[in-house]
Design a protein around this ligand. Sequence first.
Ligand code: RUQ
Ligand code: CUA
Length: 652
Amino acid sequence: MKRLTLWSLLGLAIVASAVFVSCSKGGGKASVGAADAASAVYVAPGEKDEFYNFVSGGFSGQLAVYGLPSGRLFRVIPVFSVDPEKSWGFSEETKPMLMTSHGFIPWDDAHHPDMSQTDGVPDGKYVFINGNNTPRIARIDLKDFRTKEIIELPNSAGNHSSPFSTQNSEYVIAGTRFSVPIPNEDVSIDTYKEKFKGALSFIKMDKNSGAFNLAWQILMPGFDYDLARCGKGPSGDWMFYTCYNSEKANTMKEINASQNDKDFIVAVNWKKIEAFVAQGKGQIITSRYAHNVYNDETHSATSTIKTSVRVVTPADVPGCIYYIPTPKSPHGCDVDPSGEYIVGGGKLATVIPVMSFSKMIKAIESKAFDGEIDGISVLKYDACLAGEVKNPGLGPLHTEFDDKGNAYTSMFVSSEITKWSLKDFKVIDKVPTYYSIGHLCIPGGNSKKPWGKYVIAYNKITKDRYLPTGPELTQSAQLYDISGEKMKLLLDFPTIGEPHYAQAVPADLIAPNSTKIYKIENNKHPYVTRKEADARVERKGNEVHIYMTSIRSHFAPDNIEGVKVGDKVYWHVTNLEQDWDVPHGFAVLGNNNAELLIMPGETSTATWEPKYAGVYAFYCTDFCSALHQEMQGYVRVSGAGSSTPITWNNKK
Ligand code: RUQ
Ligand code: CUA
């Protein structure tokens, strides 16, 4: 019976998408007059957008920054993947950022940007984002739009329910999608039910510096922990995670993890656990993980391998963890602005269940339990349920909130956004999305005080919406006006990678704090060259260090001799400019990694191992001035045994 429901829903999914394809010719156009829609998103030349929109790149491993309402792409911030444009993962300074306990990993799958918060409101300081595949969390500094820290999460596998901030960014929390043996060891996969556990991780953030510290992990039963949210206001001490596979299946999860009518939302009182942990509860276990930190003064990253972590089991922390039954493999888990409602998105459900925090507390107090699993009490569904949204569409995934008491849920299977009221849980409006919407985002829509105004749909499939580009079409976002009762489609815009979750905040939270230059006098890079007169070349055995400067429109030195085949040449280039928006680039023929793109006042290093004798050109890759094409030089490479002395042209 249960299996039948699953298959019939999947069947409906196929029918639903077929319907949308066939009717998309007429129905796909903007649902307001095209001229109205165009003027609503038009940001005139020279004008600026009202909101920043930070959108995950999914399998690109990066974070993209768009303006709203225009949908213009401003920047792709490299996070977990190498980026030759910005030499991320190629320059000596940034290579340590991609180190893990498994070595250098230049790729990940990034899903959920969340923003640092102050009193439950996004504060424009940092964006956090998860690496799914090799479990990691990154912190991106919105002063200079750079990734400043990446912490690996041990005992985790598929870091999907991550990273979500508590309401004052005391913690950034994460959960594992795949349970694994802890400690991980060589055991038969058939031992899943006994040996596999799901780790929930709590990363403490230092409010001033932003620095991360993996504070503790909870070793939960071997389910799949899917998404998470922190509470706010009255529920601010709690975290909520959805989970599926309460069947603890380890094969054919498509069927075997869909047997139970209900899975769970896990409610975790992190504040109480913090107090338990402060008393020394739990156990320190050996676990290897990398912690990578980028230093703003040395413009360089370091990677440190940590070797232990504190873990607690639910039995160590009584009264802190409960299961709330939730129908049909829940996915999204979203908390409304008041902190009272927790909305589960059952991928295969036909209703949207809304849980009540205050009822949950009463259910805990009155012990309204429905058994327990591995020592964790299961609360009664009805005792926690605030209500169900009926007939919302098919395949509810994620919910965001506006500033007027409404919720907006993405419906993957029926490709629509459903707007419903938090007062009576009645559906108010539905609009189609093109197609298969995953996440959605409203400015501040996961916070205590949403700014509202727009909802953005992030779609998995675009089929016929764009010019074809071979077998894969662009992924895309769609912008809707939500200022009135009815949602109005305004704009489609393509995205990089696959967009999952996103954050949007007013531009004035971020723009005034944007870094313009790095002060050269604060540059503590060990190979900095602060003025042209100090530019030089030093040989240390077979290492050659070139202390180079760049300023419009030349390098110093720009003629270098005495490099030999077999040398390892380090180009340490300092950009002496102290003007906004004047980077210089550096590229040399035969370089096996990437160019450098060096910001004003910064030092970056490219490593080069020339293979043949000859004279090689190098040049600036960033069109920096009228004489940019003149910004070039030569390096002479002599044979391995030659005795050509090291010389350079500002010292000959
Ligand atoms: S997920 S489409 Cu990776 Cu956030 Cu729901
Ligand atoms: Cu410097 Cu072009």
